[in-house]
Structures are given as C-alpha cells and as structure tokens.
Design a protein around this ligand. Structure first.
Ligand SMILES: Cc1ncc(C[n+]2csc(CCOP(=O)(O)OP(=O)(O)O)c2C)c(N)n1
Ligand SMILES: [Mg+2]
Length: 360
C-alpha cells in the first residue's frame, strides 16, 4: 500500500499557532470587577473623617494666610476633593508604594500622614518647610514617604509616574504608583504616550483622573470630545472605572479593586473620580465661569465630609465626640499656622544651594 503523502509544509507547533496577545479583541479581555463600597469599621470611618476634616481646615487656613500676604506665588486649594486623596491613599502602603500629583497637592500630602507644620511652613517659604522653603505650594516632596510631588506642568506627573512604576517593576519591590491628574490634563499628549508604555510593559500603575469638572475656567464638556474620562484608556486596552469621588467609602472600594488588578500583574488601570472643587482654580481666580448656585448645590447635596458625618452619627458616634475631633483638628491647624509664621526664612546663601548645574 502506498504511504500517505506527507504534507508539504510542516504544521507549526501548537504554541506558535496561538494568536498573539494583541490578537485578542479589547472587548474580550478580562475586566476588573465592579467595585463595591468599602465596608469600613467605625474606627476607620473616624480616621477618614479626621483626615478629610484636617485637609479642609488646613486649606481654609492656607487661603487666609494667602489673603494676608504670608503665602506668595500660586496656591491651589483642594477643598471639595478631600474624599479622593483620603479614600485612595488609605489603601496604599507608605514607603512601599509611590504617589505623584500635580500642583493641587497639599491634600495628598496630608492624606499620607505628612506633618501639617512642614507643609504649611513650605507654603510660607520657611527654612523648616518640607522643600526647605524653596518649592512652595506646587513643589513639595517626601522621598521618605514615597511622595514624588507636586508638579506645575500639567500632565508631566503622568509620565514621571510611569517612570516610577517602571522602577517598581524593575526593582521587583512590589510597589504600585498612584499617579493623579486632572480632567484638563487628560487632554495632554504625554498622557497617551505614557498609557501606551504602561500597558505594553504591564507596569504597576493606577492612573487617577480627578475630574473636578473644570480646567481653570473651562468645563470638561467644553474641552473634551470624550467626556466620559474613564474610557480614555480603552484604545490602549487599559480598563477604566468611574467612581463617585464625593463618597470616601466608594473611593476606597475602587482603590481595593484597582490595587488587586495591578498587584496581580495585570498592568495599569484607570480610575475616573467624579468630584468638584469649591474654590477657584487658584487663589487669583475670580470664578466667573460658573454660578454661586452651582457651587452651593454641590455643597448642599454631596459634600464628602457631611456625607460621612451622617454615617458616623448613624453608627452611634456622639455629637460630643465629633465636636472634640473638630476642636483637636483646629488646634493642629492653628499650631501649623503659628509655626509657619514664626519659623525663620532660609538664609540668603541658600539661594545657591540645591541648584543643579548641568554641563552639556
Ligand atoms: C503644560 C501646561 N499647560 C498649561 C498650563 C497652565 N495650566 C495650569 S493649571 C491648568 C488647568 C488644568 O486643569 P485640570 O487638569 O483639570 O486640573 P485641576 O486644576 O482642575 O486640578 C492649566 C491649563 C500648565 N501649567 N502646564
Ligand atoms: Mg480639573
């Protein structure tokens, strides 16, 4: 009997016949689960409340010091957005993970447990400030905490954060980078170059869009063709989740989900936090692009601190306990302000230190 003719081309080994990863349509990829609202203990809720209130009172005081001429340069307040930094950063490990943000950075530092005194002293430009009084509001760092600023160039922190995530992966240190940016920054070109690299190399990074509805005086709908910002990673296969950024427990729940995804080696994830800033873009913003009623309506309906206060009361925390907490926070902020006013300015000779002179 004649032998069956051998096929002229050899079959490729099974592994090689598998479609390349890139042949899997994005729509068929695994998706993160729908996040659930974090089930916090009473103590955790009290901690979140204390941190949010500390940020609010600190920022109010910073606004006053600015008005008195004690703070110079730019000053961008975080009032209204407190639940974002507190909810997300409470899920991180200080010193192992890294955080980077834009110029609206006081709240993120406070949420990471950095001493209010050295933050306020930086705002007033004193030697004791966290950047020795030379950085001011927009340029504050704490390498010890893994807090990498404080950046004035819109969007720059996204590429820098991608570099931090690369470092975590390269060093195998298990850390995750949390890179915050605004709805305005989400239209910046370098954000998308960063998305591409981060997904290609499966970097451990959580991209956080703090959508406070405005970029200076421009509303998100006026400036963005795709205003559902959580979708912005789709063409890079980065999954996105939209989160109520005025509810600290919803934010913490989303942080848990995102961390599980990223720590599981699945690459980057994008969170869009819907939030709102009560004050102007910076201290010099006359805020003519929106009505007082619009701001008041958000304050009345969705204030993150009031929201949690009601939950604490329902959980049996007494009014006296909450009053005492408020008193303690006012004292902490008062001490920080006194320190920031009394601490000496840097010596003139300090003008010539910490200056990087490159040779090309
Ligand atoms: C590259 C660059 N372009 C423009 C500016 C001027 N600028 C400063 S803040 C800002 C708006 C950014 O808004 P958003 O990203 O929404 O952040 P938010 O202020 O709302 O926190 C702009 C355009 C800048 N600092 N850097
Ligand atoms: Mg904005």
């Amino acid at each position: 009997m004649a032998k069956a003719a051998q096929p002229r081309t050899r079959k490729a080994p099974a592994a090689a016949r598998k479609p390349a990863a890139s042949a899997v349509p994005a729509s068929n990829r695994e998706r993160p689960a729908e996040p659930v609202r974090y089930k916090a203990s009473k103590q955790e809720m009290l901690d979140f409340y204390r941190q949010m209130l500390l940020i609010r009172r600190f920022e109010e005081r910073a606004g006053q010091l600015y008005g008195l001429g004690l703070i110079g340069g730019f000053c961008h307040l975080y009032i209204g957005q407190e639940a974002v930094a507190v909810g997300l950063q409470s899920a991180l490990t200080v010193g192992k993970d890294s955080v980077i943000t834009g110029y609206r950075d006081h709240g993120h530092m406070l949420a990471y447990g950095i001493d209010p005194k050295v933050i306020m002293a930086e705002l007033t430009g004193r030697e004791a400030g966290i950047s020795r009084g030379k950085g001011g509001s927009m340029h504050m760092f704490s390498v010890e905490h893994g807090f990498y600023g404080g950046h004035g160039i819109v969007g720059a922190q996204v590429s820098l954060g991608t570099g931090l995530a690369f470092k975590h992966k390269y060093a195998g240190d298990g850390g995750v980078c949390l890179a915050y940016f605004g709805d305005g920054a989400a239209n910046q070109g370098q954000v998308y170059e960063s998305f591409n690299m981060a997904e290609l190399w499966k970097l451990p990074i959580i991209f956080v869009i703090e959508n406070n509805q405005y970029a200076m005086g421009t509303s998100v709908n006026r400036a963005s063709a795709e205003d559902q910002l959580y979708r912005r990673g789709e063409s890079f296969r980065i999954p996105g989740i939209q989160v109520d950024g005025m509810d600290v427990l919803a934010v913490r729940g989303a942080a848990e989900e995102a961390l599980e995804w990223v720590r599981g080696g699945k690459g980057p994830i994008l969170l869009e936090l819907k939030t709102y800033r009560y004050r102007g873009h910076s201290m010099s913003d006359p805020a003519k692009y929106r009505s007082r009623e619009e701001v008041q309506a958000v304050r009345d309906k969705s204030d993150p601190i009031e929201h949690l206060k009601r939950e604490l009361e329902a959980a049996g925390v007494s009014e006296d306990e909450l009053k005492q907490l408020e008193k303690d926070i006012r004292k902490t902020v008062q001490d920080a302000a006194d320190f920031a006013e009394q601490a000496p300015e840097p010596e003139l000779s300090e003008l010539y230190t910490d200056v990087l002179v490159g040779q090309y």
